[in-house]
Design a protein around this ligand. Structure first.
Ligand code: FES
Ligand SMILES: [Fe+2]
Length: 476
């Protein structure tokens, strides 16, 4: 439980807010590249409570500018794309991608406005199928060399979806390993070979056991959380029987993304990007370490739930997220169909526009959520004091920030710490684009003293020191 003031401090991200100042220090996803395709490459976008226009000018340059015309405030989303810029239809003022006023046709030729006036404009780059904008002060930071930003275009697929709630509760569901055993429970398993592109439907690495069965039958994972170079590494251990242990390694990439396995060959990095304080978009990057991503199938699967042009879900609060009590009795835990995105969406949207954290009771399975809130509060404090928050790196450090490692597999209980490192290293060693990038295959330091010290049993490994990452005051 936290105070209303602490909750506001972490969740509100509009201009002038402490968390808004933090998030403005990072590149933010603005739109999918496919959104600027077509005859008129222009999209109005709302990001961190700011109204902006993303456009491609007739020379191919991409710009991100404030949406209200600096003359008398008309809406530039209705502007004309011509003469190397975006022209306001009200009085014909023309702005380039840098926000410079190039023409003001009703004004005298030597108008000082032409040299003085500047529309708010923000750096924008294209990476991994998405346009990213930088709304913060000074120079934007370099992009970290995380998997989706290193893999070739053939091996990364990006998509997005609209969520009707605050960004932080949406992110928190991604660092909550326990919920998968309940919220995403299916009473029967499918053939994992038909699981392409769908979460929790494939088999765990090194086994024929569907993830759905492991999640259903082993519902009390031992969860441990440790700091990592990205933010946090989460380990969830599920004891299947005396000889088999399910190991799931997931990550928080501070401050807005989580990274989880989709299958042996594919990982998902999902960002939660505030539209404003009560709406956010998820932007997911599906990165393949094996064959190229079947983007047509991935896109068609997601368009079953999401509608263009705003990528809003067809299931939402207005239709009870498709809730069917018969299905809830017989097939799924939620009664909301097979798509786990709907389950997550119900969970976080039903918490309210901004979850009232003065009424919550965090438990032992929420230790990653507590740990993330401590990171978040410290980073907000750092930015307030004029410092550099975690993840804003110099070029050398950004080039070194790789991965992260994410694994879902089954092994013998002894040596599980080495097991997941080896699974990831062999996946990278067999991945053409990874090898071509010249990076080492082992991204995580080997198990310390593994040769001499016996590996910890799952129960010991899962036991976090009280007060370190337990459900303590998130400001701790
Ligand atoms: S309001 Fe845009 S040019 Fe006048
Ligand atoms: Fe989920």
């Amino acid at each position: 439980m936290i105070s209303a003031e602490q909750n506001d401090r972490m969740t509100r991200t509009g201009p002038g807010t402490p968390a808004g100042a933090l998030l403005r220090r990072y590149w933010q996803p603005v739109a999918l590249v496919e959104e600027l395709e077509g005859e008129r490459p222009l999209r109005p976008v709302r990001l961190l409570g700011q109204d902006l226009v993303l456009f491609r000018d007739d020379r191919g340059r991409v710009g991100l500018v404030d949406r209200d015309c600096p003359h008398r405030g008309a809406d530039l989303a209705y502007g004309r794309l011509e003469h190397g810029g975006l022209r306001c239809p009200f009085h014909g003022w023309l702005f380039d991608v840098e926000g410079r006023l190039r023409e003001a046709p009703a004004e005298p030729d030597n108008s000082p406005l032409l040299s003085r006036l500047r529309q708010g404009a923000y750096p924008v780059v294209e990476r991994a199928g998405v346009f990213w904008g930088y709304l913060g002060p000074g120079e934007p930071p370099p992009f970290p060399a995380l998997d989706p930003f290193v893999a070739p275009a053939t091996h990364v697929f990006a998509f997005k979806g609209w969520i009707e709630c605050n960004w932080l509760q949406a992110l928190e569901v991604g660092i909550d390993p326990a919920h998968a055993s309940f919220l995403h429970r299916f009473f029967e398993d499918e053939d994992p070979s038909a699981a392409y592109g769908r979460q929790f439907r494939s088999a765990s690495s090194g086994s024929e056991i569907p993830m759905t069965r492991v999640m259903r039958e082993c519902f009390r994972p031992q969860i441990s959380v440790e700091p990592s170079e990205h933010g946090l590494r989460l380990t969830a251990l599920r004891e299947i029987d005396a000889t088999r242990l399910h190991v799931r390694i997931t990550n928080l990439v501070f401050p807005q993304a989580f990274v989880i396995p989709l299958s042996h060959d594919m990982a998902i990095m999902q960002f939660h990007v505030p539209i404003d304080d009560t709406h956010n978009y998820w932007y997911a990057f599906f990165t393949s370490f094996g064959v190229p991503v079947d983007k047509a199938t991935m896109r068609a699967q997601r368009l079953e739930l999401y509608e263009l042009p705003d990528y809003r879900p067809r299931k939402h609060r207005g239709n009870g997220w498709g809730f069917d009590p018969y299905e809830q009795r017989t097939r799924t835990y939620t009664g909301m169909g097979e798509d786990i995105n709907v389950h997550d969406q119900w969970a976080i949207e039903s918490q309210g526009p901004i979850q009232d954290r003065t009424r919550e009771h965090l438990a032992t399975s929420d230790r990653a959520i507590s740990a993330n809130r401590r990171l978040l509060n410290r980073a907000i404090d750092t930015v307030e004091r004029g410092g550099t928050p975690p993840g804003v790196l110099d070029p050398a450090a950004a080039a070194q920030l790789r991965g992260p490692v994410t694994v879902d597999g089954i092994c013998a209980p002894e040596g599980w710490q080495r097991y997941w490192r080896d699974v990831d290293a062999s996946r990278r060693a067999g991945c053409g684009w990874w090898v071509a990038s010249g990076a080492p295959t082992s991204l995580v330091a080997p198990v310390g003293g593994a040769a001499s010290a016996p590996p910890a049993r799952p129960a010991e490994a899962g036991a976090a020191a009280p007060g370190r990452d337990g459900p303590a005051d998130p400001r701790g």
